[in-house]
Ligand binder design. Structure first.
Ligand SMILES: [Zn+2]
Length: 254
């Protein structure tokens, strides 16, 4: 960041936010096609070309949305067969990844590692403007909570802003996929119960304070604990045949 005297936010930041929201919209459309049964397990998603034409978005957005869905075990891309919808039910014929608690635990373990690193780096590298933006996202989460509204978008913006303030482009790319995938799990497939908004507020405030204090080790520890807390209530299934349909519970806003 060398544009010390730039009066406005650099346009690259705006481009990134808008691209993520396009990916998000595509992810939601695909997830609802699947969750509403229009495309069933074992069937193929429409081709990239069809999706580009129907949704009027670029190839990279389609691919990123599909990568997010693949990451959480909703679809699988197979050579020459296209992208196949996987069965979410335990005991399905396909041996691969049911959308299950263990997958979410795995995802949050990765998120905790990556976002811990992001917070550590951000405590060292964030510009004052970035710190202010992170604090604004935290405040807007609190406003949404106070009004009883869902805060998924603001929450993701908060976490991605910290990733961005690490000034590590690889981290930003990895986290935009992982966090997008988790949002899809929670909102479109209705697996999650209520989060714990008051704890989110408290923990976000502590993280913001650590970043502002330029305390890398503390920022990392707080972020890791924040994310691992989100999945601590999830259990691994007692047996492979255990049906958890409609009953998965977790406290996962993070
Ligand atoms: Zn959070």
């Amino acid at each position: 960041m060398t544009a010390l005297s730039a009066p406005r936010r650099p346009p690259v930041t705006l481009a990134r936010v808008s691209r993520v929201s396009v990916v998000d919209t595509v992810t939601e459309r695909l997830a609802s096609l699947i969750s509403e049964g229009h495309i069933r397990p074992g069937e193929r998603l429409p081709s990239e070309q069809e999706l580009m034409a129907q949704l009027q978005v670029g190839r990279s957005s389609i691919r990123e949305a599909i990568r997010g869905l693949a990451l959480i075990g909703v679809v699988e891309t197979r050579q020459k067969r296209g992208t196949i919808v996987l069965s979410p039910a335990a005991g399905a014929p396909h041996p691969a990844r049911p959308l299950a608690d263990w997958a979410l635990k795995d995802l949050f373990a990765v998120r905790a590692a990556l976002e811990g690193l992001a917070a550590q780096s951000a405590a060292e590298a964030a510009t004052p403007a970035e710190l202010a933006a992170i604090a604004r996202h935290a405040a807007s989460i609190e406003q949404r909570i106070a009004r009883g509204r869902s805060y998924f978008s603001e929450n993701r913006a908060f976490h991605l802003a910290i990733a961005g303030a690490s000034h590590n482009a690889v981290l930003v790319n990895c986290l935009s996929i992982v966090i997008g995938g988790l949002r899809d799990v929670r909102e479109s497939l209705h697996l999650m119960q209520e989060g714990t908004p008051s704890r989110d507020i408290a923990e976000h405030r502590q993280i913001v304070a650590a970043l502002q204090a330029r305390a890398p080790a503390r920022a990392r520890r707080l972020m890791e604990a924040h994310l691992l807390r989100a999945v601590q209530h999830l259990q691994r299934p007692a047996s492979a045949g255990a049906k958890t349909e409609g009953g998965r519970r977790g406290r996962m806003k993070a």
